[in-house]
Design a protein around this ligand. Sequence first.
Ligand code: BT5
Length: 238
Amino acid sequence: MHWKVIRFTEVSSTNDYAREIAKEVPEGTVVVAKRQTSGRGRKGRKWASPEGGLWMTAILKPRSSPEHITKLVFVGALAVVDTLARYGIPAEIKWPNDVLVGGKKIAGILTECKLNSFALLGIGLNVNNEIPEELKEQAISMAELVGKVSIEEVLQALLRSISYWYSLFKNGMHEKILQAVRLKSSVIGRNVVIIEDGEVVLEGKAIGIDESGSLLIDRSGHIERVVYGDVSLRFADQ
Ligand code: BT5
């Protein structure tokens, strides 16, 4: 993939800026900002984006069918895990869109799509930035783990890893992607609680991720499928 990076000191959200230009620019255009004033998670949740972190959105044009596009989030999560491994940081994927180190969130992925047109792969990775006080118990940065690192170097490593996983995605090798997600998952084998709109909708033991990317939950012998969407997951023992 040939990446073309557009850099800003400040934007509201790299996903929002990317959405505005997506139709006019080629696939591989990447929007990066030093800080975001309205960084977002899913469902309008806030994403803390002070200077020192890596806040980026890659504009992709995969021409995949709707059933596959939801798996794009795993391209981002796997790329982050690979990138962290280069720095000796062992990370895990918490289905569906978080990357954790030692149980703390180091990165979040936000994918947004306009079907038959473009997909936005937004990645927020805590690099050298301060973690806000209220998130300190649940979030961590690369600097806390290995000391200060070059954001530019992290970006280049991340783009290389995205190229790899995205080429598998484009070539229809979804099972290979899912197999990697299963291997890196911090969820399988654990008791989890699924939350939607602040309410618990399901509790049980996560036993796998199926071929569509859905989480399989064993609820006293009855297997339920949780489709990736706007749900959140909490570990039952935390
Ligand atoms: C996510 O949402 O995890 C997706 C985050 C995506 C951020 C990137 S940055 C570049 C691009 N532009 C954007 O505007 N967004 C993307 P979600 O699963 O909804 O998780 C949000 C939750 O994560 C919040 O409610 C907080 O609890 C927590 N959180 C917020 N900021 C954080 C941070 N910097 N590090 C770790 N956790 C954080």
